[in-house]
Design a protein around this ligand. Structure first.
Ligand code: ZN
Length: 249
């Protein structure tokens, strides 16, 4: 489908109510792979025996029953301490500064939108930058969490010895309802909706797209999604490249 980028630039320039809904493809250019493509099955180096799919390891049941193996996967595959914002993050922060973008809604947990300067960021799946003790609630930032992990393969609270967990939504767990409702309202009220870097196959996050009522949905993804026919413009290209040209060229 040949999409005229100039036409999309006009949509962006004329709107003061753009909402961006993004997934893993927004951060791949920052060196953060989609964990689903992080290497298929994962075999813990010690202890558990056997191999697990990432979706199994990142489930509530697995976390509760095998925290050591969970954290081995988590710290080796989900944490990218040195990742920096890419072209997509920077373009979105600039759009917000210009008063055009209402909010970024993301399925990512890497905190790169905030690092790029975005203020209104709704994190559907939480963030690796927030961690808390499951017993006393004490908060740890990412560096604090990594410090605990250096002392113990399962991070333990300095105050009470409880297990510290990331504020990340695991499989079998519910999304934060306030974040979800706010995201639904933003999408329902959006003039332009940009959906990018997401396969739109993970529910309930993917269902958010259905709340959009307008006729300016721009879908940017390298591979086809189940919502391509719903979108008004489909751009099969990298998120960073397209967002950069929409905002800065
Ligand atoms: Zn504690």
């Amino acid at each position: 489908m040949g999409v005229d980028v100039q036409a999309l630039k006009r949509l962006v320039e004329e709107s003061g109510n753009i909402v961006f809904f993004g997934g893993a493809g927004t951060s791949t250019e920052s060196g953060i792979p989609d964990f689903r493509s992080a290497g298929g099955l994962f075999s813990p180096e010690n202890g558990a025996g056997g191999s697990y799919a990432p979706e199994e390891i990142l489930s509530h049941d697995f976390f509760m029953s095998r925290p050591k193996e969970f954290y081995q996967f988590y710290f080796s595959k989900m944490i990218y301490r040195d990742a920096r914002p890419g072209a997509a993050h920077l373009a979105l922060a600039e759009l917000e500064r210009r008063g055009k973008l209402k909010a970024v809604i993301t399925q990512n947990i890497d905190g790169l939108h905030q690092m790029a300067g975005s203020k209104e960021v709704l994190e559907l799946h939480g963030s690796v930058h927030r961690n808390y003790c499951m017993h006393c609630g004490r908060f740890y930032d990412l560096d604090g969490m990594l410090e605990l992990a250096r002392r113990n393969p399962v991070p333990r609270c300095e105050s009470c010895g409880g297990i510290v967990r990331p504020d990340v939504v695991l499989y079998q767990e519910n999304l934060n309802s306030e974040v979800l409702w706010k995201s639904q309202a933003l999408i329902a009220g959006a003039d332009v909706l940009i959906v990018a870097g997401t396969s739109l196959r993970v529910y309930p996050a993917a269902g958010l797209v259905e709340f959009y009522r307008g006729d300016k949905m721009i879908l940017i993804n390298t591979a086809p999604t189940p919502y391509d026919s719903r979108a008004d413009y489909v751009i099969p290209d990298s998120v960073g490249k397209v967002m950069h040209s929409l905002v800065f060229s």
